[in-house]
Write a protein that binds this ligand. Structure first.
Ligand SMILES: [Mn+2]
Length: 318
């Protein structure tokens, strides 16, 4: 049995869409909400004959990866998050590039020599790699309307990945993958009345409408921090709302804090778009923190550390 292990956001889902369009395969799908990245440990090494892993940090899955490799299971690993030391194994093939302007779907697009480039463009927009997405869209000659449509699709799929658990989401990521992989070109999905694109579009706008009334808890020259309530809509919208803030004020770092039911915050940090560094350095200073230079997060920030977090964020970018 082949296992496809992938992040439940746009980048993870659309990396797999490209791979499975190129090489259709019956597989067991392992995924979850965007923040659920301890995925590789769910592979049953007694049953697995091969494994593909997409868009989850190798460093965070290293023990499970070593278990898989110890069973001589061929593994293909594509990612752009912190990798740590990559194990040496003849069973392991990796494409790992932590450049802040690439993402897993762009790496898969290169690997497949642009076979499903429109999916990669949607994914890059979804991962907020706007410049890279626009460059690729220009290179393949998309017009402005097509580009805007792929951007919207990427944002909506990315939006769908945010939640405390899969129950918060409009579509479980595995189900969304199965719907999307039916289309060789995402522009066909967008054209289709009532398709998942249009369902997500409607949901996205309803949630974003609510986010506009978010409470601002810090706003200075270098950072802006906002707080969202403990509700499914807030958990869904937190990431895309963060990207939206980042895009609207490109010299500032942004953090969106969503209250959890245990009185901690889920924190989503975006480095300034004009200075895409340091977000991970801020977050790893707190328990349950991690991520990339441009975008990082903390799963459970105690409220007692809120001021320390704001100070750390501010000094990082001052
Ligand atoms: Mn990604």
């Amino acid at each position: 049995m082949h296992y496809d292990v992938f992040n439940g956001d746009a980048d993870g889902i659309l990396a797999l869409v490209q791979l499975r369009l190129a090489e259709p395969k019956e597989s067991t799908l392992i995924t979850g909400v965007k923040r659920d990245i301890q995925l590789l440990q769910q592979v049953d090494t007694a049953k697995a004959t091969s494994v593909t892993v997409l868009d989850v940090s190798l460093e965070k899955n290293i023990d499970a990866l070593n278990d898989v490799l110890a069973q001589q299971i061929p593994t293909f690993y594509v990612d752009h998050h912190r990798s740590g030391t990559i194990p040496e194994s003849s069973e392991l093939k990796t494409i790992i590039d932590t450049d802040a302007n690439t993402c897993t779907s762009l790496l898969v697009n290169e690997y497949l020599e642009g076979a499903y480039v429109n999916w990669a463009i949607a994914a890059a927009f979804g991962d907020n790699m706007t410049h890279s997405a626009e460059q690729l869209a220009f290179k393949v000659g998309l017009n402005a309307t097509q580009q805007a449509q792929l951007k919207a699709l990427g944002i909506y799929i990315n939006y769908n990945g945010y939640g405390r658990d899969v129950a918060d989401l409009h579509f479980p990521p595995a189900e969304l993958f199965k719907k999307l992989v039916k289309y060789r070109d995402p522009l066909a999905l967008i054209q289709e009345t009532g398709s998942v694109f249009h369902q997500l579009e409607k949901a996205y706008h309803q949630d974003m409408e609510q986010a506009l009334s978010a409470r601002v808890i810090a706003d200075n020259d270098v950072v802006k921090v906002v707080e969202l309530e403990d509700a499914a809509w807030a958990r869904r919208v937190s990431g895309v709302f963060g990207n939206d803030l980042a895009n609207s004020s490109t010299d500032k770092a942004h953090a969106v804090l969503t209250l959890n039911d245990d009185a901690t915050y889920t924190v989503s940090v975006r480095a300034p778009l004009n200075n895409k560094q340091g977000a991970d350095e801020v977050c790893v200073q707190f328990p349950t923190g991690g991520g990339r230079a441009g975008a990082a997060g903390i799963n459970q920030l105690p409220q007692s550390l809120l001021n320390k977090f704001i100070d750390t964020l501010t000094s990082q970018y001052s």
